[in-house]
Design a binder for this molecule. Sequence first.
Ligand code: CTP
Length: 485
Amino acid sequence: MTKLTQEEIIKKLDNRIFQLLTKTADELHRECYLVGGYVRDLFLDRPTNDIDVVVVGSGIEMAESFARKLGKGCSLAVFRNFGTAQVKWKHQEIEFVGARKESYSHDSRKPVVENGTLEDDQNRRDFTINAMAVCLNGDRLGELVDPFDGLWDLEDGLIRTPLDPDITFCDDPLRMMRCIRFATQLNFFIDEETFSALERNAERISIISGERIIDELNKIMMAPTPSKGFVELQRCGLLQIILPELSALDIVETRNGKSHKNNFYHTLEVVDNIAAHSEKLWLRWAALLHDIGKPKSKRWEPAVGWTFHNHNYLGKKMLPSLFRRLKLPMDERLKYVQKLVDLHMRPIIIADDIVTDSAVRRLLFEAGNDIDDLMLLCEADITSKNEVRKRNFLQNFKLVRSKLVDIEEKDRIRQFQPPIDGVEIMQMFGLGPCQEIGYLKNALKDAILDGVIPNEHEAALQFIIEKAAQKGLFPTADAVSSGQT
Ligand code: CTP
């Protein structure tokens, strides 16, 4: 955090937008303040595009006048029902709102709004670090109004509500998610009283729409260390409500002195490992959900101990209903996460044995263009504390990786297209779609993936003719005379 004097704040605001805001506010004789995230990020030296402006009076009137001054190239949207307006200019969005006194009715998010002072407006904001205001009027330009010591909290790295946290969270339960999201993004602590209120009010998250919750979860997911957020969500009871499948992994069972690992903390380690190597949101989701099939597949087998057979398959099957419930996209992004969850054991199994060309070819075939993400996930999944075992795995992984490159170069399996397709086989034997065609196509695919024949037309043709003959099928006279065979 940087401590800024009033002069330094003025310097940071020295651009056309803020100059025009000052001019507009002074002409209208309105008290006007910069608030919220922009002020917070000014001190944290984080980049921000969204500018929030509070006017003691009408935000809409101020926005209209400001937009006229800005002139061509800006767009104005007025939301009379909410008493707010938004001006867009270049890549910046400037939101205007009149200072309000607001309270929310308890069974919905619909606020009852009255005009208020700057102090009223600051009172109803979510956290002290988001409730600071900087005056934009010419005579007090750059003056910080910080009634809840937000600046101290920025310095201490503390998330704290300005009012009694029960009131702040009750007013808008989404703030519970925001609380954990800011703590994760900024690597801040959550103040004790604020945290207790999270525990007391967690149930109220159920009135918030899935989309808004996911927005926050995605921001937690994209933070440098997402595990921090998920640990807090689990500690306060929110995770049990929004993502019970993940929360259920937080258990260690012991029998005959044998314990299995805590799969919740293991999962978070995997997510952090992935976060250190990739900015891909859906790869992070795949990491978060890769073991959710474990509770359902858990068995105690006296001879071997705890097992989780097929947990990858069960996990994959759980994903569509989980995505639907959370309002996550039901398109190719779901399919991608399903594929990675389903295949996440495969490279480890290969690396645990002799790394054969055939196994690698099949892996490449099933993973297709997502092979690199899958390999990343698998490496991230090796969280064993046994250094020798870990080293061996990583060593064998290197071998799998180099074989992947060799085989792809040779056989082009990633976007596998058989050198002879179903239509050609049907024409060759004068058949329509039938079981035999399916059999021949599959046999051809297996022969290529197992390395019995190369991925080439001539070899495929020979193979098909031989296989068909074994089934009593022979090319038609036409196919022979036209040289198809
Ligand atoms: N705010 C609030 N309660 C909410 C949402 C927002 O009190 N549920 C207030 C906070 O003062 C916040 C400001 O409105 O700083 C702007 O909100 P928003 O743009 O959502 O958040 P930022 O703080 O700007 O942060 P980010 O852009 O990272 O979401």
